[in-house]
Design a protein around this ligand. Structure first.
Ligand code: SF4
Ligand code: SF4
Length: 385
């Protein structure tokens, strides 16, 4: 495993971090994967209060055989649910309990979008609360995960003595959100950066258009799309660790192999040019830049927003009929035509997607002919099955 040194505390962190947002459904399999990852040197595990039962599962696994002491746990406070000072302890203590630990190595304010939100927390006493937790050893490093525009990222970095931060960064989003400039600014301040969404929620793996895949497949060196994606992120020296959500043992093995070899500035000019071509090919095939994160959900009208957008993008990759087939199967009672244009979802979208406008596009492109006859037939066929 490649380790990178945290410039703030000289701690060695594995270049690959285990993203714990979605685990395999069998907890015994999760345990096998986590044990294997630790054996191979992965020492950073990222979860959050809001990731369902992820903290509890991670806590159960790490409480065995001294595993807790071998790793750093990162978890996150759902700061957007904090209403009063006492909520800080309420969320934090629940997380300690779930994780079966009495300290958190890397604690983040989850999904901060702007300076105003952070200042709101300051008004509730977050600075004093963090200072107390750090002095008692309950929190070792304090940071924030960010989804917002670049200017707000700069403002946040300047407003507080952060130990680290976390941003979305991948070869498709080089200039989106904090972006490369944000990464470099953090680096210039000596603030280590953890990277999330290195494969853009799988878009850079399973959903690559044919033209992009062809470019990768014809590269002089043979690598999987996931390998290319992680390697691009790790090429940046400011990146301390890249998180990957790994649902199978094979993914764990492949990602470990990549992280063990992808050192900063290792990519050649030729390889970097290849990414430009792949990026262009993907953009040409995408209608909406949804990552599928689900932060816009739930919709009061039960529209499955990420699925609607995924289907819209699929029309460029799989063609209209196949996309429509999946659109009907996945969104029958949750389709775009249920949208009443209330706009409640838009402020939660880290990609700043004009969801209302795009919903109209989904309706236009997917719910015109042959939506109704196809849905009629599919429902009959499925009912028979
Ligand atoms: S604008 Fe449409 S998709 Fe968004 S929350 Fe309102 S009804 Fe749901
Ligand atoms: S529309 Fe935005 S918030 Fe909703 S899933 Fe897509 S990227 Fe995430």
């Amino acid at each position: 495993m490649q380790y990178r040194v945290n410039p703030k505390n000289n701690e060695e962190i594995s270049a690959l971090g285990f993203g714990c947002m979605r685990f395999h459904k069998d907890e015994r399999e999760v345990e096998r994967q986590i044990r294997y990852a630790i054996e191979q040197g992965v020492n950073y595990f990222d979860t959050a209060y809001m990731y369902g039962n992820s903290e509890a599962i991670l806590g159960r696994i790490l409480s065995k055989d001294g595993l807790r002491e071998k790793v750093k746990i990162a978890t996150k406070m759902p700061y957007y649910m904090v209403r009063k000072n006492q909520d800080f302890n309420r969320f934090f203590n629940t997380e300690l309990e779930r994780l079966q630990t009495d300290y958190i190595d890397y604690y983040l304010m989850h999904m901060v979008t702007d300076l105003k939100s952070w200042r709101g927390l300051c008004d509730l006493g977050i600075r004093e609360w963090v200072a107390e937790k750090k002095s008692s050893g309950r929190i070792r490093n304090i940071g924030f995960s960010f989804h917002g525009v670049q200017s707000e990222f700069f403002a946040l970095l300047d407003d507080y003595d952060w130990d680290f931060c976390m941003i979305q960064f991948n070869y498709l989003d080089e200039y989106v959100q904090a972006g490369k400039a944000g990464l470099e600014y953090a680096g210039s301040k000596g603030i280590p950066v953890i990277v999330m969404e290195p494969l853009r929620g799988g878009t850079l793996v399973q959903k690559l258009p044919k033209e992009a895949l062809d470019l990768l497949n014809h590269a002089p060196v043979k690598r999987s799309p996931a390998d290319w994606g992680l390697r691009w992120v790790l090429n940046h020296p400011q990146v301390l660790c890249v998180l990957s959500g790994m649902g199978t043992r094979q993914m764990v093995e492949e990602n470990i192999a990549t992280a063990s070899d992808a050192y900063p500035d290792k990519l050649t000019e030729e390889e970097l040019t290849l990414y430009t071509g792949v990026r262009d090919a993907i953009r040409a095939a995408t209608k909406v830049s949804c990552t599928g994160c689900g932060y816009c959900m739930p919709c009061p009208k039960d529209v499955n927003i990420p699925m609607c957008f995924s289907s819209l993008n699929d029309t460029m990759i799989k063609g209209k009929i196949m996309s429509l087939y999946w659109y009907i199967l996945m969104t029958a009672e949750h389709n775009a035509s249920l949208c009443v244009q209330c706009g409640k979802c838009e402020s939660h979208c880290p990609q700043a997607i004009p969801i209302r406008e795009k919903m109209k596009q989904v309706q236009r492109e997917l719910e015109g002919f042959p939506y109704k006859p196809m849905r009629f037939i599919l429902e009959r066929v499925l009912n028979k099955v």
